[in-house]
Structures are given as structure tokens and as C-alpha cells.
Ligand binder design. Structure first.
Ligand SMILES: [Fe+2]
Length: 309
């Protein structure tokens, strides 16, 4: 498929209670590469195989959670068009000036009905991955430091009105529904997985009464063995593990979940199938939701459902 419009998840700004504790976790344990600090005290990171300047921004605050999640779009014309389309749909947008985030161009920010701030941008400086762009080796030293994910992959957000959120992502931003879980009523969705690419999800939402909550930010690993290695590194560093290693029925990914020192859940995962926009969405019924989330246990744990930041 041609990659136009919204290209991919580009950044997540995560609130942490203690910035240096956060830097230690995201830099040493997760193994992201610190790429900058700004005058507000925010710290910027990228995963080893990402090219752009950053994908994770940490901001010290009194409460944990996510400030915003940003998507990179293909060019200025796309950014302007999507801004106009959002406004025509009735979504209020705001332009954040270039440079407000380090090495990043102008962003279009808007709030979706689940209470989350979403951003679009197209310019971010190339940082590279320590490989040359000519005749590169297959991996770098950073690919072995800490959990060492390949990239920021997606996030799962909790909030109300997810059918309205889906309508905006699908009918304005060009995403498509890949999988969904139906609630007990047999009609409304408990959760939706949306893609703007051939990944099984670029963003997902779960219906939840409180708006604007973060369930997890997820990082991609290249194998099931790396998921097991991630579990070892979490235990060595006394990271609070939520669940796993296990497999999802939904998206088929192999996964482990844990919490950063501020209580933000994160996922390190591998796999999941590739999909296309013309595919029919996969539907999970209420009675099988346990297997959908955790394929081996076939049941949900209360903490996974209710603990968000
Ligand atoms: Fe996930």
C-alpha cells in the first residue's frame, strides 16, 4: 500500500513523578537513547532503530499519565488538509509552533472525545541510528543495551465515547478498524484496535468512564526470545511486572507488561500479524474477551482492566 496521509505513531509525552528516576528507567532499563533536554526540563528519547530525533518525551509532573500522543504525516499539504478536515468535522484544533518540542516542526493538536490529546506533525530532524546510511551493519551497540526495543509502536488509551473516537480516526484521519471487542449487550464496543498502516494496531482505545487515561505505551521487540529477555531485565532491575510473558489473542502479539517507577504501564512485545485496509475487522465476543487479551490464561486480571495512569 502507498504510505500517505498519517504515516505512523511519532511520539508520546509521558508524565513522570521524578525525572531522574524516569531517565534511569527509560534510558538504562528500557534502553532508549537520550537525545536531548529542553528548557522546560523535558527529556527526549528514541529507540535504537528509529531515525527521527525522539519518540518518547518525559515531563516531570505531580501525576503520572500521558500528555499527548503524536502521529507523523507525510508532508505539509497533508498536515494542512487534515487540520481543515478535522475542523470541518467539528473538532477544534490548535497549532503548536515549530520548536516547542526539540527538533520538531509545527504540530496540529486536538482533543478526541475520549479526553486524549492527539497531535499531527510532519517535520522532525533525522537523528539516525548510529548506522551509516550507506552500507550499514544490521544492528548497533544500542540494540543490546537494556530491553532495547526497535521502536515506539502504539499506545492503548482508556476513556469514554470510543465510537466517536473511532469515527474521527477512520473517517477523518484515514485509519481502519482491525479488531474489536463487543460488550455484554452484544452491540457496543468495549475496545477498538485501529491502524494507519499494515500493523495490527497503531492506536487502541478501551471504553472507560474517566477521560484521558493511559493504559500503556508499547515498544516493539524483534522476537519472542527478546520478550523473555525483557522479562529477565525487568526482574534484574526490580521493575514491577504486571503480566507475562504471554500471548494476546487479539493481534496475536507476544507480550510482557510492566510499570515504570511512576506507575505508567508499558509493554514490550513482538509479532502480531500484518493487515490491510480492505480486511474485514476481527470481532471478539464478550464471553471470549479473556482469551482475546491473554490467550493462555483465557481470563482477565482485575489490575489489567482497572489500573491506568
Ligand atoms: Fe499493546
Amino acid at each position: 500500500m502507498a504510505m500517505t496521509g498519517v504515516l505512523r505513531p511519532g511520539h508520546a509525552q509521558i508524565r513522570v513523578l521524578d525525572i531522574e528516576e524516569g531517565v534511569k528507567h527509560y534510558g538504562k532499563v528500557l534502553g532508549l537513547i537520550e537525545t536531548g533536554r529542553d528548557s522546560q526540563g523535558r527529556v527526549y528519547f528514541k529507540a535504537w532503530d528509529e531515525r527521527d530525533h525522539h519518540s518518547v518525551i518525559l515531563r516531570e509532573a505531580d501525576s503520572a499519565g500521558i500528555d499527548f500522543f503524536g502521529f507523523k504525516v507525510s508532508d505539509q499539504a497533508t498536515l494542512d488538509k487534515l487540520d481543515r478536515d478535522l475542523q470541518a468535522y467539528g473538532v477544534k484544533t490548535e497549532r503548536i509552533p515549530a520548536g516547542e518540542l526539540l527538533k520538531t516542526g509545527e504540530r496540529v493538536r486536538f482533543e478526541v472525545p475520549s479526553g486524549h490529546l492527539i497531535e499531527l506533525y510532519w517535520e522532525k530532524s533525522d537523528y539516525g541510528n548510529d548506522d551509516t546510511y550507506t552500507n550499514p551493519p544490521p544492528w548497533t551497540d544500542d540494540a543490546e543495551r537494556g530491553i532495547a526495543p526497535i521502536r515506539l509502536d502504539h499506545c492503548l488509551l482508556y476513556g469514554p465515547d470510543i465510537e466517536k473516537v473511532q469515527d474521527i480516526f477512520v473517517n477523518v484521519l484515514g485509519f481502519y478498524l482491525v479488531e474489536h471487542v463487543i460488550m455484554e449487550d452484544g452491540k457496543s464496543d468495549l475496545a477498538i484496535w485501529l491502524s494507519c498502516s499494515i500493523k495490527a494496531h497503531d492506536i487502541a482505545f478501551v471504553r472507560h468512564p474517566e477521560p484521558g487515561k493511559l493504559h500503556h505505551v508499547s515498544f516493539l521487540l524483534e522476537s519472542w526470545e527478546k520478550v523473555l529477555r525483557a522479562a529477565d531485565i525487568m526482574s534484574m532491575n526490580r521493575v514491577s511486572i504486571d503480566i507475562g510473558p504471554t500471548r494476546h489473542g487479539i493481534t496475536r502479539g507476544t507480550t510482557i507488561y510492566a510499570f515504570d517507577p511512576s506507575g505508567n504501564r508499558f509493554e514490550a512485545f513482538c509479532g502480531g500479524y500484518q493487515c490491510y485496509p480492505d480486511w474485514k475487522p476481527i470481532r471478539w465476543t464478550w464471553d471470549e474477551v479473556g482469551a482475546g487479551i491473554f490467550y493462555h490464561d483465557r481470563k482477565l486480571n482485575e489490575r489489567f482492566l482497572t489500573v491506568v495512569s
